[in-house]
Design a protein around this ligand. Structure first.
Ligand SMILES: [Zn+2]
Length: 261
């Protein structure tokens, strides 16, 4: 298991490197395929030997080789987090569909956490694309079956898993959307973006009904406690500062996803 897990960790570094490109470009409506990697400051193309996850960042002293512009510490952090998640998934579950499901889920959450922190945007590629991936993985690696296990005792596990995923994706996000609409009607300000609703639908597709409710609960507590603490410490104006709620939601989803497996 440990050999496969080390391979998974190396793949995780590469997928983490690609995730950095996705976070940066999808939040700016750019293609992730073209053009190739280039410095955000001077536009100089980045050679492959300067684009090795984590290692190049350290070797270059966190700067562009050409214009010496500083590269964000987020790049190696995203690579290391993705690598750690891939390692843990395969170490715990072996080279299985379930490990792939956990790894894909973690990749999406890390992407949304940092997209939200950077830009307060949640790209459709992560949310809508993630819903499709979640439903696919519900079939390949059946997870939660919820109430459907009691209703349809004869059905195959993947059918019940898929039904629970669809149920969670539609109803939990639908309820959240309704709360958001009512809130904005009453308070005349937006409390919840439609990106958050799509993100919850994606989490529902992966985790199923009950774990998605737990995720929202944990994420809301995290957001309230850490968010208000942050506003207090940095003396930001709570009326105008927009909390990165999806970042807390993503962290909660990661915790529940690993705990649930
Ligand atoms: Zn540069």
């Amino acid at each position: 298991m440990i050999v496969e897990a080390v391979f998974a960790a190396i793949f995780g570094l590469l997928f983490g490197s690609f995730l950095n490109v996705c976070i940066y470009r999808w939040t700016r409506d750019q293609s992730v395929v073209w053009p190739g990697s280039h410095c955000g400051a001077c536009g100089h193309p980045i050679n492959w030997y300067d684009n090795i996850p984590v290692a190049s960042y350290i070797a270059l002293g966190a700067r562009c080789r050409h214009c010496r512009a500083a590269f964000s510490w987020q790049y190696p952090l995203v690579e290391l987090l993705t690598s750690a998640a891939f390692f843990a998934a395969v170490y715990l579950e072996g080279a299985t569909y379930l490990a792939a499901k956990i790894a894909v889920f973690a990749w999406l959450q890390i992407g949304l956490i940092f997209a939200d922190l950077d830009t307060r945007l949640l790209p459709d590629q992560f949310t809508k694309g993630g819903i499709a991936l979640g439903l696919l993985m519900a079939v390949l690696a059946p997870g939660q079956q919820g109430l459907f296990r009691l209703l349809f005792t004869e059905a195959q596990p993947w059918i019940m898993s898929l039904m629970d995923s669809i149920f969670a994706a539609v109803f939990v996000s639908g309820a959240l959307w309704l709360i958001g609409v009512l809130y904005s009607k009453v308070r005349h300000r937006e409390g919840l973006g439609f990106g958050d609703v799509k993100m919850v639908a994606m989490i529902g597709a992966f985790l199923g009904f009950a774990p998605t409710l737990i995720t929202i609960f944990v994420g809301s507590i995290l957001g309230t406690v850490l968010g208000l603490g942050y506003i207090y410490l940095t003396k930001k104006d709570p009326a105008t500062y927009q909390l990165p709620f999806a970042s807390f939601l993503g962290a909660a989803a990661l915790a529940v996803g690993f705990w649930q497996r």
